[in-house]
Write a protein that binds this ligand. Structure first.
Ligand code: CUA
Length: 371
């Protein structure tokens, strides 16, 4: 019996050590880079947050170790010994102790509040200057819409291009209000978060919130919606691609060189499937409901970055989107065109059109070359 208890304790100990080891491995710096690590900031705003986090972490460690250490010490030092029957000294209502352990934590929190509040105000300042890029971000269910308010009026989705070394002033908003039958603005609260470029900011329907991000080196920074917003919350991701100012301007130019008339020329039967009812094929015009698709071939992913942009992913999406990402009520989202008679061949043709209409698409698609 004793042996079994002993074995159980040992197994429990091994399990506890294993769990702690696995948990700590999550903090490892050697794993695959997910470009989404708030502890590895890549710009001045995220840096300010880490500058605040570091000293607070060590203060918390000192307090935590002190409290746990003192608890263990007291428990061992003053434990009841065999044969001992005295009750411990009662301290309930001891004025000096009560005041002490109220005032000390209050003082610690008051001291920590000073740099915290200063940083909050610092981060909330709206950037000024000629190099600020203004972008309006609209949170949709479940993807991100971007409008460049820098004179270019580019409309794009999920993948945000920014120049390095410039503050990017984001205006975060919900979808435009609507009502009545056929209204599917889907106004729920989301949260915009690119951990390596700044903290989170809620996106609330009917309000405009402001957030500034900045990257100080070219790279890809991953982000995601950080507020539970329904079925596909986990698939509401985004990517920020920071480029040199020259590359950024080249990207902008590329976005503006679209030929919307190609929609009909390329043999996509838009009248039958009604793509442009929801999507836009004009670089500066938002889609009525879905993402602007003018340059989808230029992007790395789609569907809130649930999928990397590949020929196979795209045609399967066009053919039967609801089977590829949970989207709630069918009438509110991309329909399953397979149920409306779309053949796989037609879906592939549409995918090819989307992938190749970008005049400077960075990839080539052998599947889309005419025989
Ligand atoms: Cu949008 Cu969670």
């Amino acid at each position: 019996m004793l042996d079994r208890t002993h074995r159980f304790r040992r197994a429990a100990m091994v399990a506890a050590v294993a769990i702690v080891a696995v948990a700590l491995a999550g903090c490892s710096d050697t794993g695959p880079k997910n470009n989404q690590n708030a502890l590895r900031p890549k710009g001045p705003y995220a840096n300010k947050i880490l500058d605040l986090t570091k000293p607070f972490f060590w203060i918390a460690v000192v307090i935590g170790v002190g409290v746990v250490g003192a608890t263990i010490y007291v428990a061992l030092r003053f434990r009841v010994k065999p044969g001992e029957e005295r009750a411990p000294k009662q301290v309930h209502g001891n004025t000096a102790l009560e005041i002490g352990w109220t005032i000390v934590p209050a003082l610690i929190l008051a001291v920590m509040a000073v740099p915290t509040i200063a940083t909050i105000f610092d981060l909330a300042k709206k950037p000024t200057g000629p190099n600020v890029v203004h972008i309006t971000v609209t949170a949709r269910q479940w993807w991100w819409e971007y409008h460049y308010d820098d004179g270019s009026n580019i409309e794009t989705a999920n993948e945000m291009h920014i120049p390095v070394g410039a503050p990017i002033a984001l205006t975060l908003q919900g979808p435009p209000p609507c009502s009545g039958a056929g209204c599917y603005a889907n106004g729920v609260i989301h949260s915009f978060w690119v951990p390596e470029l700044n903290g989170k900011k809620d996106v609330v329907p009917g309000r405009r919130h402001f957030l500034t991000i900045e990257a100080n080196q070219p790279g890809t920074y991953n982000g995601q919606c950080a507020e539970y917003c329904g079925l596909s919350h986990a698939d509401m991701r985004l990517r920020v691609i920071a480029e040199t100012p020259a590359d950024f301007r080249a990207w902008e130019q590329r976005q503006l060189t679209a030929k919307p008339e190609d929609v009909l020329k390329n043999g996509v039967n838009d009248q039958q499937w009604g793509c442009s009812t929801c999507h836009s094929f004009v670089p500066t015009k938002p889609g009525a409901v879905g993402p602007n698709l003018t340059h989808v071939g230029d992007r790395q992913g789609f569907a809130g970055f649930k999928y990397e942009l590949t020929y196979d992913n795209l045609w399967r999406w066009v053919w039967n989107a609801p089977s590829r990402k949970p989207m709630g009520k069918l009438e509110q989202h991309m329909p399953a065109f397979v149920d409306r008679g779309m053949s796989q061949e037609e879906a592939k043709k549409i995918a090819c059109f989307l992938l190749t209409q970008t005049p400077t698409t960075p990839k080539t698609y052998p599947e889309c070359q005419s025989p």
